[in-house]
Design a protein around this ligand. Sequence first.
Ligand SMILES: [Zn+2]
Length: 313
Amino acid sequence: MLDGYKNSQPIAYQILKNAIINDKCSHAYLIETGGFYDTFNFVMSFVKSLLCPKTKLTKDNCGNCHQCEVIDSGNFPEIEIIEPDGLWIKKEQLQNLQKEFNTKALIGNKRIYIIKQADRLNKSSANSILKFLEEPDNNLVAILITDNIYNVLSTIRSRCQVLRLQTFNQKNDNENYIEKLKKMVKSNKIKSDTIEEKITKVIEFVNYYEKQHMNTLLYMGKIWNVYITNKEETEMAYEIMINYYKDILNYQLNKPLEIFEINDNIKTIAKNNTQDEICYKLNKIVELKELVKYNINLNLLMDKLIITLEGVI
Ligand SMILES: [Zn+2]
């Protein structure tokens, strides 16, 4: 059941849970496994939440009604799973899927198709799925799974809501988070006066951004560039931002904070953002952090960050 992933996948869990509660599901999700061993079960628990009539009524996890059992047994007619046939996912596989969906009457409220190893869609097979993605049908939800979203064709990626799962032990790492940061400083990867000062500067930056929004772009030199100067520091700074927003989400959910202590800034940000907005921001920061590895120009990255965060609907 989806609730079982509350702790191991807090961000993805919250995004999907909110989508179900508010009945605002995206028509296409692209899920990056992040090496999470239980990805497929995670996806299926979300699928059950979407299809189960009990969950729809009570907004609670069911997982044990007749319908959920049929889904578990793999015999539910409104779920189609596609995986590569040989090296690639073939055009015919998707055409068959389309044909089937077009001719069969819908039982229940939604139809789901899951594509495993979505990076195995090549240009020709992708074309047949683009139609699905471009003309969303309220009753149809696509869930694409991949180990690396950057291997998925950008035409597909741009039409999906991206969710990135975390490796299983990431949460435990948090306990030693500050220690880990201190080690990075010791190994001279981070030029720093003190690590505490860096953390403070990053937090101040987020607090500033949350008040000033787009204006932040004008002051980037003063509030970011002088403190965060290289790739390692940028990665660390993104880690800090992720953990800060996670704790803001914890505060919104009335859960204990993991790293930070409750203060007025956290309270204000939690008040000014909906849970969905915090999840959106978290997701985007995680996504942009990946770009640091690819030697992106760091100033451009920060501009992109602000613009992306401001894209909150
Ligand atoms: Zn059920």
